[in-house]
Design a protein. Structure first.
Length: 345
């Protein structure tokens, strides 16, 4: 067992989940400006091997392990996450205007299930604050911009928010993710329905097409969609020529948890991530791969808590993978562990 899991994680887990997240972010932000700090991280955690390289929607990824959106919402630690060995970093979800998100507490650990429940609600400083940070980044890691709508924006005007975020981020990110699958913004998942989703993706794709260089546009979906809804998603992706899909976001399901039901109920609503999501996410990925064919880009996310989980995602049909909860539970060496195995697979 690693030193992180023996000593560091038990200490961190003594504190409120969101508070310790911000504390650790503050320490890393301070340290990333110290001479030699990022070089030390790269020496400790980065795996460079030509076998790890992947080319997807015109971008070359140093390795297939990415940081999922939600971890570095405001693009504060892009260079640090690159030094930890991630092949790509997705910032956001970003909205046009700053918003505080839902009331605290809103982030909870379920240690016996190796899971998290969050109802953050797209808390972020607004897209322009992230843009200012991205202007100063030093690493060449691929960065994705995950974009959403403000809570106060009605669904019929959602395209205006996605439009604003796209235009602001375009010079500073390598690809875009349209997020309509968070369970923590009221009404957002209604945008996954066929007509509004078709219109929204077509709009964002048309924006990209007007630029000197079109940038890939991906869709992030929930794991809670029915087969018929997934069939609609496949049809929409093809009709709008959307460049790829991320499967999946967090789930609203609480099935199969070992944490006492009363404890889970007391925590309230929110999206569940971590180990319990793994099987459901893999099922969605297999379904999509079967219907989209071998060439369509799929990024697998949800429940990657071990090297075996990462391999299972790829076996299910994912071209790239993203982690978040696994990074918290397994520690900073997790990316290196996955990449080492993938390099020799």
């Amino acid at each position: 067992m690693s030193l992180y899991k023996l000593f560091v994680r038990p200490l961190l887990f003594l504190f409120d989940a969101e508070r310790i997240h911000h504390t650790m972010f503050g320490l890393l932000r301070f340290n990333q400006n110290l001479p030699g700090f990022l070089a030390l991280l790269r020496a400790l955690y980065r795996v460079r091997d030509s076998k790890l390289k992947r080319t997807l929607f015109g971008l070359e990824f140093e390795n297939p392990v990415g940081l999922a959106a939600g971890f570095d919402k405001d693009a504060r630690l892009v260079d640090t996450m690159a030094a930890f060995g991630f092949g790509f970093v997705e910032v956001g979800t970003l909205t046009p205007r700053p918003q505080p998100g839902n009331d605290k507490p809103r982030l909870f650990r379920l240690p016996t299930d190796r899971a998290l429940i969050n109802r953050m609600g797209f808390n972020n400083e607004g897209v322009l604050a992230a843009v200012n940070r991205l202007k100063g980044r030093k690493s060449r890691v691929i960065v994705g911009g995950n974009i959403g709508k403000n809570k106060a924006t009605p669904n019929e005007k959602a395209f205006e928010d996605y439009n604003y975020c796209f235009e602001a981020l375009y010079p500073y990110v390598d690809y875009f993710v349209v997020n309509v699958s968070s369970p923590n913004t009221p009404g957002l998942r209604e945008l996954q329905e066929k007509e509004p989703l078709t219109n929204l993706l077509a709009h964002v794709k048309s924006l990209s097409a007007t630029k000197p260089k079109a940038k890939p546009v991906l869709l992030k979906i929930a794991p809670d969609l029915t087969p018929s809804q997934l069939d609609d998603i496949v049809e929409i992706l093809k009709a709008t020529k959307t460049d790829g899909i991320i499967a999946t976001n967090t789930t609203i399901s609480r099935e199969g948890l070992t944490t006492p039901a009363a404890r889970v109920a007391a925590l309230g609503t929110g999206g569940l991530s971590g180990a319990p999501l793994s099987i459901k996410s893999n099922e969605v990925i297999r379904y999509l791969r079967d219907r989209l064919g071998p060439g369509y880009p799929i990024i697998g996310a949800g429940g990657i808590m071990s090297v075996e989980d990462a391999l299972e995602k790829i076996k299910a049909g994912a071209d790239l993978i993203q982690i978040y909860t696994g990074f918290i539970y397994e520690g900073p060496g997790f990316v290196k562990k996955i990449n080492r195995v993938l390099a020799h697979a």
